[in-house]
Design a protein around this ligand. Structure first.
Ligand SMILES: Cc1cc2nc3c(=O)[nH]c(=O)nc-3n(C[C@H](O)[C@H](O)[C@H](O)COP(=O)(O)OP(=O)(O)OC[C@H]3O[C@@H](n4cnc5c(N)ncnc54)[C@H](O)[C@@H]3O)c2cc1C
Length: 381
């Protein structure tokens, strides 16, 4: 019988964190190295990765995020054979509305993103009302539609990379919390409640807890901030099918809603700084989401079908932190994915796998302007 890396007590690479960050790397690294993935919870994707809005939106955040998103597009639209039995990305579209006072924000959005994202088009209010039949007349002064927004199957993404990890002989251990990290000239000793493992490389894919794992390793202090985002599922307006609706948001990002399995997911687009935790929504935030969305559209929300919150973890410049730590050799940061961990995952996994193996960095991502320096933890040193 094949001996597992855990029972062997060593692996080339130990990845801490079984969210999308750890999984996309594990799947793409496992053909080149022995990989062990450790997750503290009893299932993968329990924290942020199980609570996302599952969208692919190119005009979002900053340039490194854009490059990683665009560099993920081909994979998401046409994944390799055997990766998933269902499509990973399906067209959804996004409608951005500018009510009075938000026209300048809409102009900024258009001028900043349209050159790189030609799918963004200003549309007339009649067309906006056709896209969103419950749009309240007089709410919006102007509207923009982006046809290049997709709904992602986040579960299929995680399962695909998990299969790849296992298919190459890698291992995942659940309910395994890393509690101590010790470095010697021979490498790292990782202490968990499942025993001790030796490795040359530790990957910090601990999501909201990445700062804490960095402290365990004696690594650079990367000022990561987890921010809570809340969401609720509500029934579709009476008698209406919402399946063909786009994602709807205002230009100032004070709310969004989108179709979700015949119902609507809505969020106040909150970003409340918090400590790493099993996030729960505040009633006030959910009430705000409903109030703001109902200023724009007649949704007739009566009650919540489900509510949840998750943590989006950001570095100060809101770009991800990918790279070896300058103070703790062999400790690799895979953190700070913010609100884009899924839409960037295929490219992020490729980039990090090449970086860890010391291979040539993906050419297409370099051509999009991505550099090691833009992502490196040293930028906070
Ligand atoms: C409401 C909401 C909407 C979002 N919408 C989108 C979207 O539309 N598109 C998009 O691309 N992204 C979206 N995101 C962001 C996306 O979900 C995150 O970027 C992504 O899930 C982060 O993944 P992660 O693996 O870094 O973190 P996590 O999924 O939190 O995984 C980290 C894991 O590390 C484990 N861990 C921590 N410490 C230890 C330890 N010491 N030992 C062992 N295990 C440990 C934790 O248990 C956790 O499971 C959204 C997020 C939220 C909350």
């Amino acid at each position: 019988m094949e001996q597992s890396v855990l029972s062997a007590g060593e692996a080339d690479v130990v990845i801490v964190g079984g969210g999308i960050a750890g999984l996309c790397l594990a799947g793409q690294l496992a053909s080149e190295a022995s990989v062990l993935l450790l997750e503290r919870e009893g299932a993968v994707g329990y924290h942020s990765s199980g609570r996302s809005a599952a969208l692919y939106i190119e005009p979002y955040s900053n340039w490194p995020v854009f490059a990683l998103t665009r560099g993920s597009r081909d994979f998401l639209l046409a994944p390799p054979d055997g990766f998933s039995e269902v499509p990973l990305a399906t067209p959804r579209g996004a409608l951005t509305l500018a009510p009075a006072g938000q026209e300048a924000a809409l102009d900024d959005f258009i001028s900043h993103w349209q050159p790189s994202c030609p799918g963004i088009q200003e549309i007339g209010l009649d067309e906006a009302a056709r896209q969103l039949p419950v749009l309240i007349p007089d709410y919006a002064r102007r509207a923009v539609f982006d046809a290049d927004v997709f709904a992602l199957d986040t579960d299929a993404m995680m399962q695909g990379w998990l299969r790849q990890l296992r298919g190459h002989g890698g291992e995942i251990v659940l309910d395994a919390e890393v509690t101590r990290l010790d470095r010697s000239s021979a490498g790292w000793t990782v202490t968990t409640n499942h025993g001790v493992i030796r490795t040359r490389v530790i990957v910090n894919a601990a999501g909201a807890w990445a700062g804490r794992l960095g402290e365990l390793a004696g690594a650079l202090t990367v000022p990561l901030e987890p921010r809570r985002r809340s969401a609720a599922l509500v029934a579709a307006p009476s008698g209406m099918s919402v399946d063909g609706w786009p994602v709807v948001a205002d230009a100032a990002h004070t709310f969004y809603f989108k179709p979700e399995a015949g119902a609507l997911m809505l969020s106040p687009s909150d970003a409340t700084p918090t400590v790493p935790c099993d996030a729960r929504p505040e009633e006030m935030d959910l009430a705000l989401a409903v109030a703001r969305a109902e200023e724009a559209a007649e949704l007739g929300v009566r009650r919540f079908v489900a509510t949840w919150a998750g943590l989006r973890t950001f570095a100060p410049d809101e770009a991800p932190v990918y790279g070896f730590d300058p103070l703790a050799p062999g400790f690799y940061w895979a953190a700070g994915q913010g609100g884009t961990g899924f839409q960037t995952a295929p490219a992020a996994g490729r980039w990090m796998a090449a970086d860890i193996l010391g291979a040539e960095l993906p050419k297409d991502l370099c051509q999009l302007g991505l550099t090691r320096e833009a992502l490196a933890p040293e930028r906070f040193g």
